[in-house]
Design a protein around this ligand. Sequence first.
Ligand SMILES: [Zn+2]
Length: 304
Amino acid sequence: MKEIYNNIYSINITSIGEFDCCVYLIDTQSKDGLVLIDTGMNINSILKINKIGFDPIHINHCIITHGHIDHFGIANELKKINENIKFYAHQLDSNWIEKKGYEDKNASSYLDGDFEPIRLEKHIKDSFGTLKFGDYELRYIHIPGHTPGSMAILLEIEKSKILFGGDIIGCPLKLMDGDLEKYKESMQKLLKLNLDLLCEGHMGVVRGMKKVSNFISNCVEMSKYLHNVLEVDPDNKDYWYNLCVKQYELKIYDNALDSCNYLLELDPINTKAKKLLKKIKKHNPPKFEFVKNYINEYFKYIQY
Ligand SMILES: [Zn+2]
């Protein structure tokens, strides 16, 4: 738990392989109380806010950046703590959050997560708009691509532009209604904002205008490679190697490990990949087997 800006906190540190997400908290210092951006998957991380003097019962609002289970999976548990908590998400992802039967879309079937649907207070329908809590004006921006209803939340305070981006690193996957072209357009929209601080959904906080824009551009590059290997040509070894390098540069070590292991299965004597694998393993990433499952599922899916 860390204060990343006045009255804004990062609640947990996580990685993709852990099946959780980064959760952020804003203390509105008003009767609106505390606002969460996403819920993550671990109620204990949220309960720890009492260590810095907050009571979880004062979490009155929660904005869900998109309808993947790792971003809203414990919403029902938050509701048990404060039955008046209100949840907000984009209309286009709302079924995945409010209903059963969308487990392939909200990723709970891939991530082994069971979930309780919850009712949203508001279905956001516009491309831009504002949710006001106390003096805090949170501007939502529809950024389709990773999912149809992905949203980023922009907060401008003291001349700083802070963005809660959700899954900026998340490659849009067709099986979950992702769309690479829309994702690229959405990222261009974000790059134009000249952000000072990015609070990302799995990678934590990126600070400084230049670093934020490099990070977003690298995510776009990485997503293109990932799209190519998962959905175009899973046998192309150069694509795989480029992808591993980009994931390593972005410090997404669990994904880099997964991709590198896959590449070495295709091409066991690839010396560049072996070298890179050694470098990746130094960071002790958790083992995360996504690639093989996804490729199997995807090629099954396009046969129909
Ligand atoms: Zn996601």
